[in-house]
Design a protein around this ligand. Structure first.
Ligand code: ADP
Ligand code: MG
Length: 240
């Protein structure tokens, strides 16, 4: 099996058409391999979230190809795409997207159940995922009874449950205290070290330092790539 989990090939994304069209991405080439965590940084509006939604097959690009585990997404039927998303991709969104009427463990096991697992069988891996984010003792609470940080930890447990191979996280540490941020980053790093691949959108250079590579977006284009070491050196120098 190839080590390449994701490839974006000349990807462009335009919202709307005519005079009001917005070009959110253009000419984006990017690969993510097994064991690799790529951080994406860039100003607000630079196209970071669009990059993740296109990479995860949630929206087709206007042009270019998205290839996940060797599958050209443009060539899959809606049903094949849905299956690939469910089995291979884990999303962590900024606004958690937990289902309020389901408990923490039910939220985490939902992707497995959608994939045909029996409820009872899905509970075990869901509890294991909650354990990694230090929430096993809150498994039967509803989202409303959890803090924002705890909800985000449930969301990341749901994104990785069942061993999804590509994890796409959009500012998963955004509104969180630093302890929670660290737990989330450790989880992500741990899954990637175990053979997954990941993209981490972040504003924070200290969080990007957990990645193997940092990609900088400006106006929808990749304008620079760097090793975290060089960036954190810059960061430390700047703040010294
Ligand atoms: N659904 C949408 N419809 C129209 N324009 C959008 C939509 N989503 C994003 N955009 C525009 O695309 C550009 C990139 O947005 P986005 O990917 O959200 O950037 P970021 O996540 O880096 O802040 C921005 O100009 C934004 O206003
Ligand atoms: Mg965004």
């Amino acid at each position: 099996m190839s080590d390449e989990l994701l490839r974006l090939d000349g990807v462009a994304m335009q919202y709307g058409r005519g005079e009001t069209a917005v070009t959110a991405l253009s000419g984006v080439d990017l690969t993510v391999s097994r064991g690799e965590l790529v951080a994406v940084m860039g100003a607000s509006g630079s196209g970071k979230s669009t990059l993740l939604t296109v990479a995860g097959g949630l929206t087709p690009p206007t042009s270019g190809e998205v290839i996940v585990e060797g599958h050209f997404l443009s060539q899959l039927s809606a049903r094949q795409l849905a299956t690939l998303r469910r089995r291979s991709l884990g999303f962590v969104f900024q606004d958690f997207n937990l289902i309020p009427s389901l408990t923490a463990v039910e939220n985490v096991s939902l992707p497995l159940e959608l994939d045909g697992w029996k409820t009872r069988k899905a509970r075990r891996p869901a509890l294991d995922a909650l354990d990694v984010v230090e929430l096993a003792d809150r498994a039967d609470r509803y989202p409303a009874d959890l803090s924002g940080g705890q909800q985000q930890r449930v969301a990341i447990a749901r994104a990785v449950v069942g061993g999804r191979s590509l994890i796409l996280a959009d500012e998963p540490t955004g509104a969180l205290d630093s302890t929670t941020g660290e737990i989330v980053l450790k989880m992500l790093r741990g899954r990637v070290d175990a053979g997954a691949g990941g993209i981490l959108v972040t504003h924070d250079a200290r969080h990007a330092a957990w990645a193997d590579r940092i990609v900088f977006l400006r106006d929808g284009r990749i304008v620079d790539q760097a090793e975290p070491a060089s960036v954190t050196t810059l960061f430390n120098t700047a703040s010294a």
